[in-house]
Write a protein of this length. Structure first.
Length: 351
């Protein structure tokens, strides 16, 4: 079947309207009419070939919320009319140790198949994402959405930004009695603050801009530290159980690792264009501190995150756009000119 979409045919041209082919659903597939799709910085990197390996035509989008319109005969978990989501993955080997533990994002068999730009048997040989009117996905990679209807657009970014921050916070046991730092108040950071607050942790937001203080408090931060102010940073020395670093630019990690308690962890979820400067190893050794990384979450954990956010009324702060304005949104996103996530109204694909 065919569907309207928006995508790029090369790195140096604007995105444009196109018609793409979706596979006919098999016994275990779910057909989804996409209502909203979040705009992730990964979309921009991939479309403009800032990351290696972009396949064209490239139809981005891995923060998908929509409605089930058809199911295969073998589908047991979904019904026509259900409100559902699709995140960053649509397949994996399903048999390696990571997949068997529900950690498909770390698949060591075939590797996980991304919702776009991933290898597939479907036309054109790679996956095409959520900047489209519909998508066909194996039920194993479809998620149930329990938020109310008027929040669905703001739920879309949870499928990437939400799980990217929830997974490490959950893994490193953020919660009551824990002091958690969040570095950066952007698309990822604002979700980290909201989720850590909902988990019951004492949340400290780090920003380079004093003018973001009120915004961080409104998001749920208990304290705000301007990271360029040495006095403010020093006052928190050795006091954090965990710091979630969402910044995707190369910077000095020592300033933050020095704020960790003994056995504390600095967790990186942003991938910089250039490597971070080498950390001061002594800073880690003498307090048994760690620097770690984290990548989205498995399907079971993503469902857990969605259920947690529905229970605690957590959604992203968004600005809705028409698909026709996507390139302008990319330009604004590069400048940090969004609070805090763009979401496409996919109904505009019919315009």
């Amino acid at each position: 079947m065919t569907t309207n979409a928006y995508g790029a045919t090369a790195a140096d041209v604007p995105l444009e309207a196109m018609t793409i082919v979706r596979r006919d659903p098999d016994a275990h597939d779910v057909v989804i009419d996409i209502a909203y799709c979040g705009v992730c910085h990964s979309d921009l990197h991939q479309v403009r070939s800032e990351w290696d390996g972009t396949l064209y035509p490239c139809v981005p989008g891995h923060e998908i919320v929509g409605y089930v319109t058809a199911i295969g005969d073998g589908v047991t978990n979904f019904m026509v009319g259900d409100t559902v989501g699709v995140g960053c993955m649509v397949d994996s080997c399903q048999s390696c140790p990571s997949c068997n533990e529900g950690l498909e994002q770390y698949c060591t068999g075939t590797g996980f198949v991304g919702t776009y730009n991933g290898a597939t048997q479907d036309v054109p040989g790679h996956t095409l994402g959520g900047y489209s009117q519909s998508i066909v996905v194996s039920e194993k990679f479809v998620l149930k959405i329990n938020h109310p209807a008027d929040q669905l657009a703001a739920v879309a970014p949870l499928l990437c930004a939400g799980i990217t921050t929830y997974s490490p916070l959950r893994h490193w046991n953020a919660g009551p009695g824990k002091k958690i730092g969040v570095v950066g108040i952007g698309g990822l950071g604002h979700m980290g603050i909201k989720i850590a607050h909902a988990m019951g942790a004492h949340v400290v937001a780090f920003t380079t801009s004093e003018n973001k203080r009120d915004d961080a408090i409104a998001l749920g931060a208990d304290e705000v530290v301007v990271s360029r102010d040495e006095r403010q940073m020093t006052a928190h020395g050795g006091s954090f159980d965990m710091i979630l670093n969402t910044v995707a630019a190369s910077h000095d990690l020592d300033a933050f690792s020095a704020l960790l308690k003994r056995d504390g962890t600095l967790v990186l979820v942003g991938v910089p264009e250039h490597p971070h400067p080498s950390p001061n190893v002594g800073n880690l050794i003498f307090k048994r501190r760690a620097i770690a990384g984290s990548l989205i979450g498995g399907i079971a954990e993503t469902q857990e995150m969605l259920d947690f956010c529905a229970e605690h009324d957590v959604v992203a702060d968004i600005e809705m756009i028409r698909i026709q304005d996507i390139d302008a949104a990319y330009d604004r996103m590069q400048k940090g000119d969004v609070k805090y996530r763009f979401v496409i109204d996919n109904a505009t694909l019919s315009a």
